[in-house]
Design a binder for this molecule. Structure first.
Ligand code: FMN
Length: 348
C-alpha cells in the first residue's frame, strides 16, 4: 500500500488540527513520507484553503483528516457549573467566563458540504478520528478512489474499521499526543499502549496497521514495523518543525519540564487528550477536579476563552499544548531534515 501512495519511507506525519500546516504536510510527502493536514476544527472555507494550498506545495499524495465525533449535547446546568468552576481562573486575568458555550465545530458525520469538498478535491487519503461516518459517506469517498484510514484505540474499534471496508487502521496507543481517538468517550477505556495495541491489531485484523503514540525517532519506527505495522504515524515529533503552526510558547514548553510530565485530561476540550503539563492540566487536577466538563467540543469553547484571557495578560500556560509521552525527544529542525534524520536512524 505504501508504494501505491508514493511512499518510500514508512512515516506518516500525523494530522494535527491547529498545528499541522500545508507546508509541513507537503515537506513530509515530498520527502517520501505521507504528510497530513487536519481540518477537523475548520469550516468548509478554511478546509478548502488548506487543501488547495497543500496541492500547490506538493504533487505527491497527502492525507486530509476529519473529526467524526458523536453529536454534542448542550446541557445548560453542566455548562453553568463548569463556567462557575473556571470563574476564579478567568478572574486572575481580569476577565469573566463567556456567558454561554457553543458547539464550536461540526462532526464530519453531519457535514455534507465537507464531504462534497473532499469528493471534489480527491486527496489521496482521508482519515477519520473519533469514529466512523455513515456507510453512504464512506461509499461516496471510496467511489472517488480516495483511500480511507481511521484511528482505533482497541480491537473492537479496529474491527469496526475493518468491517466498514477501510484501507488501514491507525493503532493509537495511550502514549499518543492530542485527543484519544476513542469512539465513545464515556465507555470504559483500557488505555492500551502502542506496543500491545499494534501487535494486537497486526495479529487479529486483516487490514494494514499504522502505529501511533510515543514514536519519536528511527528506532521507534523500526520497532513499530517489527511489530507488524506498515508505517508509523508521528505527531509530537513534528511539532517543533518550523513549518508547524505551534506558537513560540508551545515550542518553548516542549523543551521545559512539562514535557516530562504529559497529562491525559478531559478538562481542556471535553474529550480525553494528552497535553504537556501546564497551568491548565494543573487546574484539571485541582479546582476542576470532580466537576464534569461539558460535551466535546463545547468545553473547548471555554478552554479557548481561558487561554485567550490568560495570553492577553502574558500567561501562555493555558494553551492546549498537546503532546505525547515522547515529548522530551522532540527535535527542532525543518521537516525535510527531520525526515532525512528518521530515515538514517531507521537503517541502524
Ligand atoms: N489526530 C487526528 O486524527 N486528528 C487531529 O487533528 C489530531 N490533532 C493532534 C494535534 C496534536 C498537537 C497532536 C500531538 C496529536 C494530534 N492527533 C490528531 C493525534 C495524532 O494523530 C497521533 O495519534 C499522535 O500524534 C501520535 O502520538 P505522538 O504525538 O506521540 O506521535
Amino acid at each position: 500500500m505504501l508504494e501505491g501512495l508514493g511512499m518510500t519511507l514508512p512515516i506518516i506525519q500525523a494530522p494535527m488540527a491547529g498545528v499541522s500546516t500545508p507546508a509541513l504536510a507537503a515537506a513530509v510527502s515530498n520527502a517520501g513520507g505521507l504528510g497530513s493536514i487536519g481540518i477537523g476544527a475548520s469550516d468548509v472555507a478554511g478546509a478548502r484553503a488548506m487543501v488547495d494550498e497543500t496541492f500547490t506545495q506538493t504533487d505527491r499524495p497527502f492525507n486530509v483528516n476529519v473529526f467524526v465525533h458523536g453529536p454534542a449535547v448542550q446541557d445548560p446546568e453542566r455548562e453553568a457549573a463548569w463556567l462557575a468552576a473556571l470563574r476564579p481562573s478567568f478572574a486572575e486575568f481580569g476577565a469573566a467566563p463567556p456567558f454561554d458555550l457553543r458547539v464550536i465545530y461540526k462532526s464530519f458525520s453531519d457535514d455534507p458540504e465537507m464531504l462534497s469538498l473532499l469528493v471534489e478535491k480527491r486527496p489521496a487519503v482521508v482519515s477519520f478520528h473519533f469514529g466512523l461516518p455513515p456507510a453512504e459517506t464512506i461509499a461516496a469517498l471510496k467511489d472517488t478512489g480516495i483511500r480511507l484510514f481511521a484511528t482505533a484505540t482497541s480491537l473492537a474499534e479496529a474491527e469496526a474499521v475493518e468491517a466498514a471496508g477501510l484501507d488501514a487502521v491507525i493503532a493509537q496507543g495511550i502514549e499518543a499526543g492530542g485527543h484519544r481517538g476513542v469512539f465513545d468517550p464515556l465507555a470504559a477505556d483500557d488505555g492500551l499502549g502502542t506496543f500491545a495495541l499494534t501487535r494486537l491489531l497486526a495479529r487479529k485484523t486483516g487490514i494494514p496497521v499504522i502505529a501511533a503514540g510515543g514514536i519519536m525517532d528511527g528506532a521507534g519506527i523500526a520497532a513499530a514495523c517489527d511489530l507488524g505495522a506498515i508505517a508509523a504515524q508521528l505527531g509530537t515529533a513534528f511539532i517543533a518543525c518550523p513549518e508547524s503552526a505551534a506558537d513560540d510558547a508551545y515550542r518553548a514548553a516542549l523543551k521545559w519540564q512539562g514535557a516530562f510530565h504529559t497529562r491525559l485530561t478531559t478538562a481542556i476540550s471535553g474529550r480525553p487528550a494528552r497535553a504537556l503539563a501546564n497551568r491548565f492540566t494543573e487546574l484539571a487536577e485541582t479546582s476542576l477536579r470532580g466537576t464534569t466538563p461539558p460535551d466535546y467540543p463545547i468545553a473547548y469553547d471555554a478552554g479557548k476563552a481561558l487561554h485567550a484571557a490568560a495570553k492577553a495578560r502574558g500567561e501562555a500556560g493555558y494553551g492546549a499544548q498537546w503532546a505525547g509521552q515522547g515529548a522530551p525527544l522532540a527535535r527542532a529542525m525543518p521537516a525535510a531534515e527531520l525526515m532525512a534524520t528518521l530515515a538514517r536512524e531507521m537503517r541502524f
